[in-house]
Every structure is written in structure tokens, then in C-alpha cells.
Unconditional design. Structure first.
Length: 267
């Protein structure tokens, strides 16, 4: 399963049956709360809880979830290393012109854990949310205009296609790349940069064509009806209460244990 394209199993899961607007709102709330947390323990505990919930209630296969986390792991490692080597504080190791501080490890691990957690939440949201249902729910329940909601749908569809587009570009460049000693294409940093630039240019061009098409169809002119309304019921309210309740309990527990007052923390 492509991590950006929900499959039948994920779209039939309990999490997929929850209202997309509620899930998106919870994603923003959790993100905002995590901005105030710099310790590594709180996001680690939340990560374990969310990973279990995603595997059980989102219908995402473990291998697909692991593959989806790889880009976030690379970014998290970079954040950790930068903070370890640049943040001032009590030095725990020094050598070769570099020094590692306690505060750097603590804050860097916290930021890295926060990155992984937000990546996991984002993957769960994308895997269990149909694009059309998301747009319909935003228009129906969030009262967003047709221009905004259909623009979100267009961007969502383009995002889903980027994985396949990247593979196509890489295969095309591999055909033209010179062969190494073992007969395999030699693709270096310049080749990856060229692929990323081609992907960017192609995405901009597709976005421009989509915008022109939507304008020609008179998007946003007058009121629009909803063909298939997305339900919003008590189960969505219970889901929101459970998520916020678990988040609150973890934060209260971390505060009581003194984790939030660790080295370099904000509190």
C-alpha cells in the first residue's frame, strides 16, 4: 500500500469511519500542544499509544507504517544531531572540535520524538481519510467555501500522486544514467537533486492546470449542494473526548513526574 493512497482495508477501519473534520481538528490541536513540549518522554509515551491505536484501529499494515516513517526518522535524526552539537549547556562529551551537552541531548531527543509523533499522526490521517469525504465534510461542517474545499481536494490528489511520479522520474533518469562496475546505474547526489527539481516543476505545472480547470468550471460561483453528506454524530464526539483525554492524562502524568521540568524544557 502506498502511504499516500488509502487502501480498502484502511478505509474500512474504525478510524476511517470517524468524521474527517473532527480528525483534522484533533490533528491541529495535538500539534499545537506538542509545540509547548520539549522533553523526550512525553512524545515517546504518546508515540507508543498512537502506534498501537493506528495498528489496531486504522487498518494500516505494520510494514507500510514503518516505510511511511522513514522520511520522518531521517529528519528527526538531523534535528537530534543539530541540537546535541549546537545547544549550550553542561558538556558530556568533547572532541574533534565538537561538544555534546546534556541540554542538547534532552531537547534534541524531545524535538525528534515530536517529529516522529506528528509523522505518525499525519500518516494515520492520510491513510484513513478519503479525499472526497474530507472536502465534503469541510464544506458541510467547517463551513468552508467551495473555492477553499475544492482547492484542498486538488492539493490532496496531487499529493497522493507524488509518490508514483517520483518513481517514474527516478526510473527514467536511471535509464539515461551511466553504468557502474556492477552494471547498475550510477545515481549520485546530483541525480537526486535533478529528480527533485523535475518533481517540483511537474507538480507546479499540474497545479496550474488544475486551477485553470476549476476556474473554467465556475468554481465558487453561487451556492453548491452536497451530493453525499458526511455524518457527524455522537461517536465522533466520543472519539474527540477520548483523544483529548488521553493527551491530557499523559501531560498531567509527565508534569507530576517532573519530566516537563527536565534540562532545557520550557516549564
Amino acid at each position: 500500500m502506498s502511504v499516500l493512497q488509502p487502501d480498502a482495508l484502511a478505509l474500512a477501519s474504525p478510524l476511517a469511519r470517524r468524521n474527517p473534520t473532527v480528525k483534522l481538528a484533533l490533528l491541529f490541536v495535538v500539534s499545537a500542544v506538542l509545540l509547548l513540549v520539549l522533553d523526550p518522554v512525553t512524545p515517546a509515551v504518546l508515540y507508543v499509544l498512537v502506534a498501537g491505536a493506528v495498528l489496531v484501529g486504522a487498518g494500516v499494515r505494520p510494514r507500510a507504517l514503518l516505510v511511511a516513517q522513514l522520511p520522518f526518522v531521517a529528519f528527526a535524526v538531523g534535528v537530534l544531531l543539530v541540537n546535541m552539537l549546537s545547544r549550550p549547556g553542561e558538556v558530556v562529551w568533547q572532541g574533534a572540535g565538537l561538544r555534546v551537552t546534556t541540554e542538547g541531548i534532552w531537547v534534541g531527543a524531545g524535538l525528534a520524538g515530536r517529529t516522529l509523533l506528528m509523522g505518525l499522526l499525519s500518516v494515520a490521517f492520510v491513510a484513513t481519510t478519503d479525499g472526497v469525504a474530507l472536502v465534503t465534510s469541510l464544506h458541510q461542517h467547517a463551513r468552508l467555501g467551495a473555492k477553499v474545499t475544492f482547492a484542498v481536494l486538488a492539493g490532496y490528489r496531487l499529493l497522493q500522486q507524488m509518490g508514483a511520479e517520483w518513481q517514474t522520474i527516478r526510473r527514467a533518469q536511471s535509464v539515461r544514467a551511466p553504468l557502474g562496475r556492477r552494471g547498475r546505474p550510477r545515481v549520485g547526489l546530483r541525480g537526486h537533486a535533478a529528480s527533485a527539481f523535475a518533481l517540483l516543476v511537474g507538480s507546479v505545472r499540474r497545479g496550474d492546470r488544475v486551477a485553470g480547470t476549476l476556474e473554467l468550471r465556475g468554481l465558487g460561483d453561487g451556492e453548491r449542494t452536497t451530493w453525499r453528506p458526511v455524518p457527524l454524530d455522537r461517536r465522533d464526539a466520543v472519539f474527540a473526548v477520548v483523544v483529548l483525554g488521553v493527551l491530557g492524562l499523559v501531560l498531567v502524568g509527565a508534569s507530576a513526574a517532573g519530566v516537563l521540568e527536565g534540562p532545557g524544557a520550557l516549564f
